[in-house]
Design a protein around this ligand. Structure first.
Ligand code: HEC
Length: 211
């Protein structure tokens, strides 16, 4: 009994110390998402994530073979749903990806490429709690197939070509405003309109950064 009480006391003191350390760290570092997580935080988060993915899922292999067609399907899906945070090239070097905490990682790097297909699939389907990464599963066989296409495309990312990136730009979601501008430009180029559309100022949050 005395041992249990002692253990409880030690645990309580530890818990208070950890909570205190977190509080001090929050006060000192603030809650800005602009800061980069420390190396230790990254290692702990990745190790926990790895452990949180069931082994059976990590060892799953793709029922959909990798082929130019499935990579292309993944590319199209990635341009539409993922590039907003990960960038078409997977670098994560886009406004949203850079300013998340944790940042969207460079999917071309070894850290991602050494994850198993099953682990990538699990992350795409389920997302990662407490990060910006959403879970995309729809609970349908078509949805799962699309996630395997994405896995194949992520494997292809280190070798993505300029031509493929140009194709992705066409598929990136556009705001109604960008859509209107493009439509006006198209009409002008086809001779339907006499004057070229005036280039309007960019949204203050995207001007000078990237699109
Ligand atoms: C709203 C932003 C956002 C969107 C949209 C998004 N992601 Fe992510 N993604 C993240 C963030 C942030 C992480 C880092 C998570 C972490 O640190 O565990 C991440 C992590 C990942 C990882 C794990 C890579 C690694 O090495 O940790 C994969 C794979 C991934 N995303 C694929 C995708 C795919 C495929 C899509 C589209 C279907 C997508 N993501 C859409 C923000 C996003």
């Amino acid at each position: 009994m005395r041992f249990v009480l002692k253990a409880l006391l030690v645990l309580t003191i530890l818990a208070v110390a950890v909570a205190g350390a977190i509080a001090v760290s929050l006060v000192n570092r603030g809650i800005s998402t602009k800061a980069a997580p420390t190396w230790v935080e990254v290692q702990i988060a990745r190790a926990m994530r790895h452990l949180a993915i069931p082994r059976a899922d990590r060892e799953r292999t793709s029922p959909v073979p990798a082929s130019p067609k499935t990579v292309q399907a993944g590319l199209e899906h990635f341009a539409d749903h993922c590039a907003i945070c990960h960038g078409n090239d997977g670098s994560g070097d886009v406004q949203i990806g850079r300013n998340l905490y944790p940042k969207a990682p460079d999917l071309r790097d070894a850290d991602t490429q050494t994850l198993s297909d099953g682990e990538l699939f699990h992350i795409i389907e389920n997302g990662v709690r407490l990060t910006g990464m959403p879970g995309w599963s729809t609970g349908t066989p078509e949805g799962e197939e699309a996630s395997w296409h994405l896995v194949h495309f992520i494997r292809h990312l280190p070798r993505v070509t300029d031509q493929e990136l140009a194709r992705m730009e066409e598929l990136n979601p556009k705001s109604p405003h960008e859509f209107r501008e493009e439509e006006e430009m198209r009409r002008f180029l086809e001779g339907e309109e006499a004057k070229p559309p005036a280039a309007s100022p960019k949204h203050p949050h995207s001007g000078g950064h990237d699109d």
